[in-house]
Design a protein. Structure first.
Lengths: 64, 399
């Protein structure tokens, strides 16, 4: 099973805390802009939940 | 084509008269996105601060602080070189991953009723006097007792924590070398305190913050006892003075904007906005320090490896290019400020600070009408971490 996630780009400020919490899903490119996988394997859910929690501007959401 | 830095404005940060909220700084910001200073570059505008704060070409610039002050060993030195503030790369990320879950906003939310009870208890003690010394009577005990609540230690022990945090805080001042013996003694005392706490939670873990750190586990990796101890010292070191100073600055901001204070009294739901607006326009952390890890060119300016770069928070937060109407306004939608720093070194404890201050400010506004200075206020210099040392105020008790 996979979970869908989305980052609100209006809120995202590219701090990169998600890329520390869940490097398999989030990474910062060379320009310092966030890139991420929007479909996440269940095995990575714990990490992604930590990324959601730790985001300073709370811009990461699970989609139903 | 590169600019020559000689064209840029110059700011003397060591001048005791230097002020962040000054015509000198505003006109420098209008002329140029950066200024030269006696301690490297200063970045003045919002867009450039936002980008450079997160740039991989800059690292956290405080690692060599003790050495720059002639301190090459001792307990503080050892702690400083291993604490999250100055670690970089995977060494930093590993510790941050293990610490993060304990600072989750969901867990902090459970502490809100205790923050409210604490704020009301402190206000009760002075409300009938019509005056108080706001730092001594509210900001310092509030900031420190929040830490004791978080750490799960008796709130009555707050004066010890406040004393140790203030003493260790001397390490960030210009008299660090002279104060070294005192600082190291305070670190030793705080180590013993933290080690007792860790042993206690290891023996009988609960649901509290320290137990979560003790039990933190990521793919089988855990924090060592030394890493746990260093983290608790960082929490106390980083969490007390900053919150105390920021609360003092918040009161200053509201005394300058009495209509905003009345608005907050009527609308306690604006507590969160109050914190953001105060930190945007009047932050205690006046700059965030970075250091260039390689030679690079930014907006035509050559920045050599090793250059110290100060990212100015108040200046960026009131930059008219990003905030056409930069005055404090709890009802406005403003871009995020950088009073908690940013990037990989974004303040770890910001959810705690935001939660505790956003409870304290509306309670103060609801109970104290017309706060005003009564004289005798004393202030830290406007560099590094600023704020009032003493803030005597008068007010009318609201019925």
């Amino acid at each position: 099973m996979a979970q869908q996630i989305t980052v609100d780009r209006q809120l995202c400020d590219n701090h990169g805390q998600c890329a520390i919490a869940a490097p398999a899903v989030f990474r910062m490119n060379d320009d310092g802009i966030l890139e991420y996988e929007d479909s996440v394997d269940d095995a990575l859910l714990d990490e992604v939940e930590e990324a959601v929690d730790v985001c300073p501007v709370q811009a990461i959401f699970f989609r139903d | 084509m590169s600019n020559t830095t000689l064209d840029a404005p110059y700011l003397d940060l060591a001048d005791p008269g230097f002020a962040m909220q000054s015509e000198q700084l505003r006109s420098a910001r209008e002329r140029s996105w950066y200024a030269r200073t006696n301690f490297g570059l200063a970045v003045l505008r919002y867009d450039e601060v936002s980008k450079l704060l997160k740039s991989p070409k800059l690292s956290q610039g405080s690692a060599k602080w003790p050495e720059h002050n002639g301190v090459h060993g001792g307990l503080f030195f050892d702690w400083w070189t291993k604490n999250l503030l100055v670690l970089e790369g995977e060494d930093h990320h590993r510790i941050r991953r293990l610490l993060n879950p304990a600072f989750s906003p969901r867990l902090i939310k459970d502490l809100v009723p205790r923050f409210q009870a604490l704020a009301n208890e402190l206000i009760d003690d002075f409300i009938d006097n019509g005056e108080c010394e706001f730092i001594r009577d509210f900001a310092e005990p509030y900031a420190t007792r929040v830490l004791t609540i978080l750490l799960g230690i008796p709130e009555s022990e707050w004066p010890t924590i406040a004393r140790l945090a203030s003493t260790i805080g001397l390490a960030l001042g210009v008299t660090f070398k002279r104060d070294l013996e005192k600082v190291d003694a305070a670190v030793a005392e705080l180590y013993a305190y933290a080690e007792d706490l860790i042993r206690d939670r290891q023996a009988t873990p609960g649901e509290d913050f320290v137990s979560r750190l003790v039990l933190a586990n990521r793919d089988g990796d855990r924090l060592s006892d030394e890493e746990l101890r260093n983290a608790l010292v960082l929490l106390i070191f980083g969490g007390m003075d900053t919150t105390r100073n920021q609360l003092g600055l918040a009161l200053q901001s509201f005394m300058r904007n009495p209509d905003q204070w009345e608005l907050l009294a009527e609308r306690p739901d604006l507590g969160g906005k109050a914190v953001e607006e105060v930190m945007r326009t009047n932050p205690t952390v006046t700059w965030v320090t970075r250091e260039a890890v390689e030679d690079f060119t930014y907006q035509g300016l050559d920045i050599a490896r090793g250059t110290t770069v100060h990212l100015f928070t108040q200046s960026s937060g009131t930059d008219p290019m990003a905030f056409p109407d930069p005055d404090m306004d709890l009802l406005a939608e403003h871009a995020p400020h950088y009073g908690f720093g940013g990037g990989v070194h974004h303040c770890l404890g910001h959810f705690v600070a935001r939660a505790d201050m956003s409870e304290a400010l509306p309670l103060l506004a609801r109970r104290l009408a017309g706060p005003h200075l009564t004289g005798g206020d004393e202030w830290l210099p406007d560099s590094g971490n600023t704020g009032p040392i003493r803030l005597p105020i008068g007010f009318t008790k609201r019925s």
